[in-house]
Design a protein around this ligand. Structure first.
Ligand code: COA
Length: 383
């Protein structure tokens, strides 16, 4: 009751906290009306064309672009920290082969805390070391699990390869060509942060209790898993597979919309125009389709985009074309959201560092809509 008494305003107009500013942050700026996205003041289009995932990590964790020696140092640290603890590897070997990869990732990332020497150290220096380890090791975890669920041995990280190239190497066992490595690098850049999205908010709430970074990262992975957030990219591919052919797209989409269903990979809480990350993935989806000679998924995606725009005036988000791109790279659909997590780990950890720098417990109110106070009825008198 005390909450009702102190509640100002009403939640009725803010379902899902739409439009509510819940934190100050210097990390990421989104202009949903103009379709602009900046990391620490740098436009995502410029970063997509000119930067690397390692440089983005530095930018998010330090608030500025690195000098050459600073980037080289971080790159070395990320390479050194890629190997995972034997106990985590043993866990990955033991989990059921049909386990949902995001569930495995969530549990394994939580496990990393058991062996991290800095686990309970919340100083900025320790948080940065943990951010590096978590970002380096998330990719290793998901590649190791993927190989072992297929009866293959995990591949040790290759310190001669940059982050994106090493990821594909650990996944497939062969070194990728430059185009493939650049494409994964771009996926990692585009997903690295996105302001106070659901998973980052979850992570910041956990960090605000002064819980450790691994707890925040684990909670954030749970938040990302759902189909309304990071789980959408996998659902996009499942939808395309279900439709099966470009000739069937129109009927499928119209039937789905007529039933009030949602088309995965479309719409966004913040963007009222196209998500600025989507054009890079659309371009890559087209060029990979041409390179591989398999344009089926790209053609279906283009047709789907046309119809959803026509019917609902809703634009694609980051998840739509990322599905086709990852498929063209030979990545299995159920790993798409894990790759999103492997990239977003850089953003989540940056937000934990920022939250704990100027911390105040995040503890909002609920608008109470339950019954008024009433007497307790003994069990034998209840009707
Ligand atoms: N397909 C069809 N209609 C959609 C839609 C979609 N993907 N996304 C939004 N809409 C429609 C809703 O049906 C609703 O229409 P109405 O006003 O006629 O009822 C309107 O747009 C507002 O949608 P709402 O769900 O209230 O928006 P939201 O801000 O709560 O949700 C998302 C944002 C992202 C959850 C939502 O767009 C969605 O579910 N998209 C699909 C999942 C997805 O791609 N998620 C990844 C996000 S990066």
């Amino acid at each position: 009751m005390s909450e009702t008494a102190t509640t100002k305003g009403t939640a009725a107009g803010t379902k899902g906290l739409e439009g509510i500013i819940a934190a100050n942050s210097e990390i990421c700026f989104i202009d949903g009306k103009e379709g602009r996205l900046l990391y620490e003041g740098y436009n995502i289009h410029e970063l997509a064309d000119k930067s690397s995932f390692e440089e983005i990590c530095y930018l998010l964790w330090n608030g500025r672009l690195p000098k050459r020696d600073e980037l080289e140092k971080l790159d070395r640290q990320l390479r050194v920290e890629r190997a995972i603890y034997p106990e985590v590897l043993a866990f990955l070997r033991a989990v059921p082969k049909n386990a949902v990869p995001m569930t495995v990732l969530r549990t394994a990332v939580s496990m990393l805390a058991l062996y991290d020497p800095d686990a309970e150290d919340m100083t900025p220096e320790a948080n940065l070391r943990k951010a590096i380890r978590l970002t380096a090791q998330t990719s290793t975890i998901l590649c190791a699990f993927h190989r072992m669920r297929n009866g293959l041995e995990p591949i040790a990280p290759n310190a001669d390869l940059a982050h994106a190239a090493n990821f594909l190497y650990m996944l497939r066992g062969t070194e990728p060509n430059e185009v493939e490595a650049r494409c994964v690098d771009l996926i990692l850049i585009l997903h690295a942060d996105h302001s106070l999205n659901a998973s980052t908010f979850a992570g910041r709430v956990i960090a605000s209790t002064l819980a450790d970074m691994h707890s925040a990262a684990t909670g954030a992975i749970g938040g990302l898993k759902g189909p309304l957030h990071g789980g959408a990219n996998q659902r996009v591919l499942e939808t395309l597979a279900e439709i099966g052919d470009v000739s069937r797209v129109e009927k499928y989409v119209k039937d789905l919309l007529a039933k009030g269903g949602k088309v995965m990979g479309f719409g966004h809480r913040v963007y009222k125009v196209e998500d600025p990350r989507a054009m890079h993935l659309r371009d890559w989806a087209k060029s990979l389709a041409e390179r591989t000679g398999n344009s089926k998924w790209y053609d279906m995606s283009v047709e789907m985009e046309r119809i959803v725009k026509e019917e609902k005036q809703i634009s694609v988000n980051v998840d739509f074309y990322s599905a086709t791109v990852q498929l063209c790279l030979g990545i299995p659909a159920d790993l798409f959201t894990c790759i999103f997590a492997a990239s977003r780990m850089a953003g989540w950890t940056a937000h934990v560092i920022e939250q704990q720098k100027h911390n105040r417990l995040i503890r909002p109110l609920a608008e109470y809509t339950g019954p008024a106070e009433r007497p307790y009825v003994p069990i034998e008198q209840r009707g």
